[in-house]
Write a protein that binds this ligand. Structure first.
Ligand SMILES: Nc1nc2c(c(=O)[nH]1)N[C@@H](CN(C=O)c1ccc(C(=O)N[C@@H](CCC(=O)O)C(=O)O)cc1)CN2
Ligand SMILES: NCC(=O)N[C@@H]1O[C@H](COP(=O)([O-])[O-])[C@@H](O)[C@H]1O
Length: 251
């Protein structure tokens, strides 16, 4: 099962008994940097893809109300626009040009970038209930993480590795090489809460992916992406269920 492409719609098959029933609705802001296949899985699951009215909706209680990319050419922006979701391109280069190319200057630029990113997210109407990093390739500084925590907006991230294994960028490539060296027999995908330390937040859901002898990296990547698309929807459903319960208890 793969996410739909803007030109065609596929049903995200799901066990209807898992379909979440709630009176609440939740606004999602999704951060991307690339192709947006995981964003597309969420668009499909929320029923926001064009003419998706007759398909199953694992996330009936959610709608993506804002997509932000740090890369102008991210195809995920096209996917969002096809689904009539407001988009923002937030460019780090603009901030870097204001400061000297030194370590301090770069840190200041990133802090200002992240401050404005948080402000764009939190002042958007409607304000999100949850931020989802779906292939977001920018390390978020404490000023961002703290701003969203202060606003009670949780952040989750999709990472193509197991907890504590291959944190950071190029996780799939590093896992593949480790398997070739006989160091691991499996890798996986996780969705975790975002904290300052990269990819070290509490896992929401984890799915192991076996490594197969003789398989190419591209074949492993495809199996991992298939796992990601399903896991991100299921993990988002789980987090929203926890938010719903929190709303219920708080009355
Ligand atoms: N504070 C946090 N920020 C982010 C987290 C996190 O857990 N805590 N998760 C990442 C997503 N991610 C892995 O899942 C990740 C993405 C990018 C990088 C990275 O090294 N980025 C470089 C730029 C790389 C590039 O532009 O290609 C950088 O930011 O300098 C590491 C981990 C999202 N952010
Ligand atoms: N460290 C974060 C990371 O590596 N994220 C990875 O970026 C890709 C985005 O694909 P997409 O743009 O097609 O959703 C996905 O494989 C995701 O796991």
């Amino acid at each position: 099962m793969s996410p739909s492409s803007p030109s065609k719609i596929r049903t995200i098959s799901t066990d209807k008994s898992r379909a979440y029933s709630t009176s609440s609705s939740f606004n999602l802001t999704v951060l991307i940097s690339g192709s947006g296949t995981n964003l597309q899985a969420l668009i499909d699951a929320c029923g926001q893809a064009p003419s998706s009215k007759n398909t199953a909706r694992p996330l009936p209680q959610a709608q993506i109300t804002h997509v932000i990319s740090n890369r102008r050419d991210a195809y995920g922006l096209v996917r969002a626009q096809e689904a009539h979701i407001p988009t923002t391109y937030h460019n780090l280069v603009t901030y870097k040009k204001k400061h000297p190319p030194t370590e301090t200057g770069t840190q200041t630029a990133r802090r200002e970038y992240d401050t404005d990113l948080a402000q764009k997210i939190l002042t958007h109407i409607p304000c999100p209930d949850l931020v989802v990093c779906a292939g977001w390739m920018h390390i978020l500084s404490p000023v961002f993480v703290n701003a969203l925590a202060a606003a009670n907006v949780p952040i989750i991230n999709l990472h193509p590795a197991l907890p504590g294994q291959f944190n950071g960028a190029n996780a799939i490539g590093r896992a593949y090489e480790a398997f070739q060296r006989g160091e691991i027999s499996k890798t996986g995908v996780m969705v975790h809460y975002v904290v300052d330390e990269v990819d070290m937040g509490q896992p929401v859901m984890v799915k192991e992916v076996e490594c197969r002898p003789g398989e190419s990296q591209k074949e492993l990547e495809e199996r991992i992406h298939q796992t990601e698309w399903q896991l991100l929807v299921e993990a988002t459903e789980k987090v929203l269920a926890e938010l719903e319960e929190k709303r219920r208890l708080e009355g």
